[in-house]
Design a binder for this molecule. Sequence first.
Ligand code: CA
Length: 649
Amino acid sequence: MKRFLLMLVAGAMLTAPAKAEERKFNSPDGKIVVTVSDQEGKPSYKVDYDGKEFILKSPLGLKTNIGDFTEGMAMLPEKVAPRLVEEQYSVKTIKQSKVDYKATEAVMTFAKGNRPIYDVVFRVSDRDVAMKYRMYQQRDTRACVIHSEATGFMMPQGTTTFLCPQVKPMGGFARTYPSYETGYSVDDAIGKNGWGEGYTFPCLFKNGENGWILISETGVSSAYCASRLMGHKDGLYTIGFPQQTENNGNGTAAPGIPLPGETPWRTITLGATLAPIMETTVPFDLVKPLYEASKEFKYGAGSWSWIIGMDGSTNFNEQKRYIDFTAAMGYETVLVDALWDTQIGKEKIEELAKYAADKGVALFLWYNSNGYWNDAPQGPRGIMNNTIARRKEMKWMQSIGIRGIKVDFFGGDKQVTMQLYEDIMADANDYGILCVFHGCTLPRGWERMYPNYASSEAVLASENLHFSQGSCDNEAFNACLHPFIRNTVGSMDFGGSALNKFYNANNGPRGSKRRTSDVFALATAVMFQSPIQHFALAPNNLTDAPEWAISFMKRVPTLWDEVRFIDGYPGKYVIMARRSGDKWYVVGANAQKETLKVKVELPMFEGGDKVKLYSDDEQLNGSVSELKIKKNREVEITIPCNGGVLIEK
Ligand code: CA
């Protein structure tokens, strides 16, 4: 009897679950602490900042066609201790030309049935936590399909959200949804799921009084799909794959990877203020160039007739007029938008390209991405989706000196579409052509991954200001969101900074009326970062806009060396600074009904510096004055509703 009891005890000890493993590591400055655990066989992690909870215990794991790796998992003993990763790199097309990257790398290996299945690789900088899965080969299995990810982000109670809902596919203009052009709801509660389809990256959260959290992903190439964030009742947000009906149902929603193979990085940027959110370089820190640039690409400002003149303006004479205008502005390029194939024709495009070249101007040409995924009728169609036709076309473009392409109306986020983006960029690089995408997904690290990638729309851009008065009424509200959300993770081709009072070629009182001031237009030219800018300026602005406005727009940089958050609140107001060379530009906008009056410190200037202050009166009349910076570098900034501010030395 005694012996039997002993055996029972021993048996119980053998079958009792292994004690949960828990491991902690932190950012180089020690403020961000990540805790990873395999409690109850379920991989999880949590993130604390400065002793406060930012991401509560959240799930990790993958469900695949070779097994469910979200449960029954055990964290293996550490093979390599957390180590410091340091890298200096330069990318001139992002918010910060030179980056000094420092992060802790920690690798956790998870096993099932004693076989290692995946590593979760973490990178923790002083403002970001990033993680990806690295899957092992399983015996002779060298490929697998990821059915879903458990990867989640559990928000603390009281967190509020600043999110852009994902739309259902195949709706909207010519069944072109999703086109990543939905509006934001701000200061909303957690526990919702948008319009039932989750949210488009990046996703901003306010962790009560503790600070801010921005969730996104980077390193997405043809090797995976792009993801979105699905909301759940209790404040959990999880990685969601594309919707099956994207691309008219063609292509798989679930990505395939080789084994060994890996997922993209998922990133959490966090801090007590909005500075880390606006200044983060995490989308670029974690990726590497996928090929070498075929040449030194040229960036800069330009103009496009379509934003004011629409489809009818894509004709030979109007493009010629815009080439003259671009030359008069000292700009680099003219974007010839949709329908040039039928309204101008290739022969006449060659003539335009020559005419432009004589004036030191180059052309961008618009293309429809479309093969078989939506009904967008604008030409040229059926070229960019086909390798043979595309390369032939690009050879022609190269022969007449075309600077870049703007490819529009993509089909969604499936791996097959990521392949298309990548193929277009790789081919364009061979022919020395820059790529701009519209009707497209968020770029995820592409500025560094693809050296001839310039910019993407993926925002309710300037065309909506033309299309609807409602967008004009909300222009300042949206402008006060982008520096904290969409534009902070990637170049944003907004195509704005209109100085027309009305969105029509005569600038007369019909159609959409601009609500924002001229100073606001100048401020957004700095605020919205994109290495290629086709501003919504029109030839008439040379004579009907204030001289100081046109003169600033002539010299506004499009490449930046640094960005600084100064003050603001998403959707209410923003004050920020960008540096180009040794010149700082401080800009601001206000979307609140009341005039904003705020004292800010501007450490980029010296006491005694004389700076130019562009500001608005209550009626939004702009003017320029000289301001002497005080010893304490404090400046009182006043911005009326829909107005702006700009300070340059
Ligand atoms: Ca668009």
